[in-house]
Design a protein around this ligand. Structure first.
Ligand SMILES: [Zn+2]
Length: 187
């Protein structure tokens, strides 16, 4: 279907700091006006005629737009959970591993969910090992050296090792492990 006219603009709001796009389309007597703000969009239509066709196409346009904008966003459970550092992907020249990196993050989030539910310490230790493997694979996919000192293990679910002290030492190593920690302590 051909549009009679499409106007499309993109801007950054100075007042609120969010990015918005607006999309206006006209087909015969049908008009569609769509605003999209980060995290959602609203569609306003006015006019009549082939309004449903126009809306369908406008929606597809927006979805594709969203997909390309979301290239660096990791989705978990259908929700955007984190955005990968686009600049870092460029400097590391690891764009070819983008899908791999996103999948690894999903695996990591799944492991975190299991760990939150798990009460058995042996199983927790096994999950923790898998978590470590994912972190190594992430380093590889990002084309970084596989170095355990860059794993912030104290942020993992059920870890009770001192967070602030370890954060201060990051990434030099010599991290402090709590003896009572269910993941890293004495068993
Ligand atoms: Zn710990």
């Amino acid at each position: 279907m051909e549009w009679d006219r499409i106007d499309y603009c993109k801007w950054e709001s100075h007042d609120y700091g969010h990015r918005s796009v607006a999309f206006f389309a006209k087909k015969g007597s049908a008009r569609v006006r769509i605003y999209k703000k980060e995290g959602g969009h609203s569609i306003r239509t006015f006019g009549g005629g082939q309004i449903l066709d126009v809306m369908k196409e406008a929606k597809e346009f927006l979805e594709n737009l969203q997909k390309s904008e979301n290239k660096f966003v990791v989705f978990y459970d259908g929700k955007p959970v984190l955005k990968l550092n686009e600049k870092l992907i460029e400097t590391q020249k690891c764009e070819e591993n983008l899908e791999k990196i996103k999948n690894l993050h999903v695996e990591r989030l799944e492991i975190e969910e299991e760990m939150r539910k798990e009460t058995d310490q042996i199983k927790l230790i096994v999950w923790n090992e898998e978590y470590t493997q994912i972190e190594f694979e992430l380093q590889k996919a990002w084309k970084f050296e596989q170095d355990k000192n860059f794993h912030r293990f104290w942020n993992r679910p059920k870890c009770s090792c001192p967070k602030m002290d370890n954060e201060d030492r990051y990434p030099t190593g010599n991290y402090i492990v709590s003896r009572e920690c269910k993941l890293h302590g004495d068993f």
